[in-house]
Design a protein around this ligand. Structure first.
Ligand code: MG
Length: 377
């Protein structure tokens, strides 16, 4: 395609499997670029072998002005991980069923044209990314990553109520590093995402996760030791631990209500439902921030969160199941990724409001009353 606008140029790293007619999507993107005075984009499709890393590198080397990710949360994560630590702005274009980062940044995810307008004309915002240091189970260290969760054997016996007793080999598996943008989870959420059939996810979108989740209500709990920054570690029996940068899911559920994309913190939630009723109560608690029944929801926040499990559990990052882990460390990398966001709107208003309450700033001026000042004699 011929360059039309002549000025700035964007690259689009696209997962073609997310679209029934990728040619039509490409034409839509080209039209938007021309409309906003940009050159025709560098169009780079991901493959099963390279889900976005090489394409992002190629885009940066080509000297584009903006790299857009067009796909699901996995594509967004892969592109963002490659751009983290650089000054290259990233555009978020919706193409999957979650779009969790875009949702949390209050981007207009229901419209590709609106998201293109934000990417091409919006403001740069620095957000945090999360560095995940993962410990693989020693026995499964040679397993391929990916779809291994479905084959995990059920735990032997019910261990609810037993003390935290880490596997002797728990910390001697292979280490692995990942960068994620939304959240990493151990347990329930990872099992749910691994079990949601791709076809169903593509057809019906996010409720597939819930449908799939109903099958896991009675799943195994596991014991964890959690350490946040320099605090003393604490122990819990949990069904799920999620550690993330932002936590808004679909349907008004906010797993990490105190989390912001640019607060230089990671947030974590530990879910410890007691049985089926407990799980329903936990969902209600997450939706309303009120406590029900015997469920237990713990929220923590810090720069670094460490979680050690008493056995290998399923793990996911930004919605992608990546096998099992016995421990993880999540470290915030403040302001490491530049993303394009809308210039106006609730997101910006909230950032301004938050800035007013930043600790360590000058106190607001107080009214001065001479008659209340006493200088002694
Ligand atoms: Mg954060």
């Amino acid at each position: 395609m011929q360059s039309a606008g002549g000025g700035r140029r964007a690259a689009v790293v696209v997962n073609p499997t997310k679209f029934s007619d990728v040619g039509r999507v490409r034409r839509q993107v080209v039209r938007a670029c021309r409309r906003h005075g940009w050159a025709d984009p560098l169009w780079l499709e991901t493959t099963a072998e390279d889900t976005g890393t090489g394409q992002t590198r190629q885009a940066v080397e080509a000297g584009v002005d903006l790299v857009c990710a067009l796909g699901g949360d996995g594509t967004i994560r892969t592109v963002g991980a490659e751009l983290a630590g650089t000054a290259m702005p990233m555009g978020l274009l919706p193409g999957g069923t979650g779009n969790l980062l875009a949702r949390n940044l209050e981007l207009p995810i229901d419209s590709l044209d609106s998201c293109l307008a934000v990417a091409l004309t919006g403001q740069d915002m620095r957000i945090d990314t999360c560095l995940l240091d993962l410990v693989r189970p020693a026995r499964a260290a040679t397993r391929p990553t990916g779809d291994t969760v479905g084959t995990v054997p059920p735990p032997t016996g019910d261990t609810v109520g037993t003390a935290y007793r880490p596997d002797r080999g728990a910390l001697h598996g292979e280490r692995e590093e990942h960068v994620f943008l939304v959240m990493a989870g151990l347990g329930f959420d990872a099992e749910v995402m691994a079990a949601a059939p791709e076809g169903l996810k593509a057809r019906v979108g996010w409720p597939a996760y819930i449908v799939s989740g109903l099958r896991h209500l009675k799943g195994p709990q596991f014991a964890v030791a959690v350490k946040v920054d320099g605090a003393e570690p604490f122990r819990r029996r949990v069904r799920s631990v999620m550690v993330g940068n932002v936590g808004k899911l679909q349907g008004g559920m906010d797993l990490l209500p105190d989390a912001l994309a640019d607060d230089a913190s990671v947030d974590a939630v530990l879910l410890s439902p007691e049985g089926v009723v407990g799980w329903a109560a936990t969902i209600a608690q997450l939706s309303t921030r009120r406590r029900f029944g015997h469920s237990r929801v713990d929220h923590v926040q810090g720069q670094e969160v460490r979680v050690v499990c008493d056995r290998p559990v399923a793990v996911e990052i930004d919605g992608d199941p990546i096998g099992e882990a016995t421990a993880m460390r999540v470290l915030v990398q403040p302001g490491s990724l530049v993303v394009r966001v809308a210039g106006t709107g609730r997101g910006e208003a909230r950032r301004h409001i938050d800035a007013l309450s930043d600790q360590g700033r000058e106190p607001l001026p107080q009214p001065h009353h001479d008659d209340r000042v006493v200088h002694g004699d």
